[in-house]
Design a protein around this ligand. Structure first.
Ligand SMILES: [Zn+2]
Length: 65
């Protein structure tokens, strides 16, 4: 199928120099009402920086009843 293994997957994303900054952004978003579970701060292997990812609204990974 598609072979887009190389390239900048993070193009256009907000980049943070340190993981601390990315985590601080997560905290800010959480404080603003976002769900912490849906935010993901991670180091980027493409640009060497860090990004804050957003998980979809419907990630039904864990199903508890
Ligand atoms: Zn990146």
């Amino acid at each position: 199928m598609s072979t887009e293994t190389k390239g900048r997957k993070c193009a256009g994303k907000r980049r943070y120099r340190t993981l601390q900054q990315a985590l601080a952004t997560v905290e800010r978003l959480v404080a603003a009402g976002a769900y912490r579970e849906r935010l993901n701060a991670y180091p980027c292997q493409f640009c060497g920086g860090h990004h804050v990812g957003h998980l979809g609204p419907n990630t039904g990974r864990r199903k508890r009843t």
